[in-house]
Design a protein around this ligand. Structure first.
Ligand code: G6P
Length: 623
């Protein structure tokens, strides 16, 4: 969703801000803007649509700027060295230039970018309008710019502090004042901000992707903190206004991971990365001799985990589908009753929790607002919270008591692929860990370890069938509806397969537990309603075959994901995609890959924006 970049330093700010915005594009947005501060004057540009529109606005700018401001845009003159920029995903008011950030006050001197939602903005706005302020947008953010103006008494830091005491809701903000051209201010509550420490330059952003090209040294701000950035770098203050020293973290992600590397889209690159990303998720964490997983992030709470007798996994979207696979694993192999809750429902249910309950929170971004709210609720109730998160230093990673990182590098494409297979891989490690703490035998543990280690090569083998999968997609490209079906471990894959197809290709798709078909959905089946069926050779194979026969008897076409060597499935299915044999609990990691490739090719065939599907955001930071 919305993205923030701020710059204060020795270099020309504009290219760094625009590059930062492009790095944040994947989060989803519908308009963008930038404000440059140069010799106490401000230049602002905004555009609806993609960042290229903003770039066009800047390069085609014909406004009669005074010479000084012209210098702000002229690299030969050094350009402006201070600026703020933003990508907006509309919440309050339509996507338009008026509503795009940065927003300013009446004087046009205070400029602000904001992520999050100011809940009491209407009261503030009403009060300020009564005092004579004139608003130009429909946004909640503009109210904060005017509020700061109202409280300003010659010191921006003080005015921002006072304003933040008045507002309720969430914010990550970066703000400057034209009369104080030697500093910018940032503050955070409930919306991420990270400060990148370069050489004589400071870059502040809502996401490390916008920073890592310039520096690997970063400070993650915590809620309630404020930072004042000037030529000497950042000074950080806690919520009591005391200056504090914070740890500097090393950004581990590599810039190459955030680029396409020769692939036409991030999505296909990320699908093809899975042999490595699954390996990276389990690397150094498997101990064959002990049939055990070594999870450093859980060391501090290992004894508590030993006593856990109930697990609730909370997540949203694709992460929730992975969680459903975890439910089967943890119950079957660790013997712990496990349930999966939508993170956005968790708070609204009466939760019956005790000190033997663990809440596992799973999120690729670590910033999903619904999921973060569920962590806070669980902590409020005093239960153990464990995170499975990809983004190091993200809000969920920091809120949870302990956790396991995915280590799959940045996932840029909005549709989650490599994070999904990693999430299931991590859940298999957790199952080993908790299972071996309980009744799981050494031999079973070792068998799981061996099978996990063999997964990357098996994924590689499936990827070799990409050409065949593309042909299958061509064959079905005119279909307007699909059913995705599976049982037991592949039951959640039916949901995930359907999510992938609909979010990428906008084709109607529904996931069903295969056994449920005959209780209603089968009424929809005819020759124009194909099914994508996960039918590996597992303990429910025969039941699946019967259900497939029922579809075939009604002229329904079937694409089957089956186990290598299963020739007889060809008698029932119209098209078959093979996956190598593995342990039943690990089949979803393999069967996910054909479903991802199928959805990818369907979207490409329809000429859609694969990496940034309409209406979606990578990181949904509103509830
Ligand atoms: C958004 C994304 C999905 C993702 C979900 C949860 O809806 O578009 O791809 O699965 O959020 O994201 P998280 O970062 O919490 O895993």
């Amino acid at each position: 969703m919305c993205g923030i970049v701020g710059y204060f330093g020795k270099n020309e700010a504009l290219p760094i801000l625009i590059d930062g915005l492009k790095r944040l594009e994947y989060r989803g947005y519908d308009s963008s803007g930038v404000a440059l501060l140069h010799q106490s004057k401000v230049l602002c540009f905004k555009a609806v649509g993609k960042i290229v529109e903003l770039e066009k606005k800047i390069s085609e700018d014909k406004s009669p700027h005074p010479p000084l401001l012209k210098h702000a845009l002229d690299p030969e003159q050094g350009g402006a060295k201070i600026g703020i920029a933003h990508t907006r995903w509309a919440t309050h008011g339509v996507p338009s230039e008026q509503n795009a950030h940065p927003h300013s006050d009446c004087s046009g001197k205070i400029w602000l970018v904001h992520n999050g939602i100011i809940e009491n903005y209407q009261q503030i706005k009403k009060h300020l309008i009564e005092k004579g302020h004139i608003f130009k947008s429909e946004t909640d953010t503009e109210a904060l710019a005017h509020l700061i103006e109202d409280l300003y008494d010659g010191d921006l830091t003080e005015a921002v502090k006072k304003a933040l005491k008045v507002i309720t809701g969430t914010y990550g903000i970066v703000v400057f004042h034209a009369d104080e051209p030697n500093k910018i201010i940032a503050a955070k509550k409930g919306s991420p901000l990270v400060v990148g420490l370069g050489e004589n330059e400071t870059i502040i952003a809502s996401d490390v992707s916008a920073i890592m090209r310039y520096t690997k040294q970063a400070i993650y701000l915590d809620d309630g903190e404020m930072v004042e950035i000037d030529a000497n770098g950042p000074r950080i203050f806690d919520s009591f206004n005391a200056e504090i020293t914070k740890d500097i973290s090393e950004i581990e992600w590599d810039i190459n991971q955030a680029e396409k590397g020769g692939y036409p889209h991030f999505l296909i690159k990320e699908i093809f990365e899975q042999p490595e990303t699954v390996m990276n998720s389990v690397r150094g964490r498997l101990v064959l001799e002990e049939g055990m997983a070594k999870l450093g992030g859980l060391d501090a709470v290992a004894d508590k985990i030993r006593n856990i007798d109930r697990i609730i996994i909370v997540a949203c979207g694709t992460a929730r589908c992975a969680a459903l696979v975890g439910e089967y694993m943890l119950e079957e192999y660790a013997g712990i009753p496990t349930e999966v809750d939508y993170a956005h429902e968790f708070r609204y249910k009466k939760q019956i929790l005790n000190d033997k309950t663990a809440v596992i929170v799973m999120s690729q971004s670590g910033e999903t607002a619904d999921t973060l709210a569920a962590v806070k609720e669980a902590k409020e109730k005093g239960v153990l919270t464990l995170g499975i998160v990809n983004t190091v230093g993200s809000s969920i990673a920091r809120e949870t008591d302990a956790g396991i990182y995915n280590h799959v590098g940045p996932e840029i494409s909005v549709a989650s692929t490599k994070a999904f297979t990693s999430q299931i891989s991590i859940l298999s490690l957790l199952t080993l860990f908790m299972g071996r703490q309980r009744d799981m035998s050494l031999v079973t543990g070792q068998r799981i370890v061996n099978e996990i280690q063999a997964l990357p090569d098996k994924i590689r083998k499936i990827l070799e069938a990409d050409g065949e999968i593309k042909k299958i997609a061509e064959k079905y490209s005119k279909a307007t509806s699909f059913a995705f079906l599976g049982r037991k471990y592949n039951h959640p894959l039916a949901f995930e397969g359907a999510i992938k197809l609909k979010e990428l290709s906008y084709i109607h798709a529904e996931g069903f537990a295969a056994g449920e078909m005959k209780h209603g959905p089968i009424a929809m089946i005819d020759e124009n309603f194909p099914s994508f069926y996960f039918v590996p050779e597992d303990s429910v194979y025969e039941k699946n075959v019967s259900n497939m026969q029922e579809i075939k008897a009604r002229a329904g076409k079937i694409i089957a994901v089956a186990t290598e060597g299963d020739e007889k499935i060809k008698d029932i299915a119209d098209d078959v995609i093979y996956i190598p044999k593995t342990l039943e609990m690990l089949t979803p990691i393999l069967s996910a890959v054909p479903a991802q490739l199928f959805a990818y090719h369907m979207a490409v065939l329809k000429g859609l924006d694969v990496d940034k599907p309409r209406n979606l955001a990578k990181s949904v930071t509103v509830e």
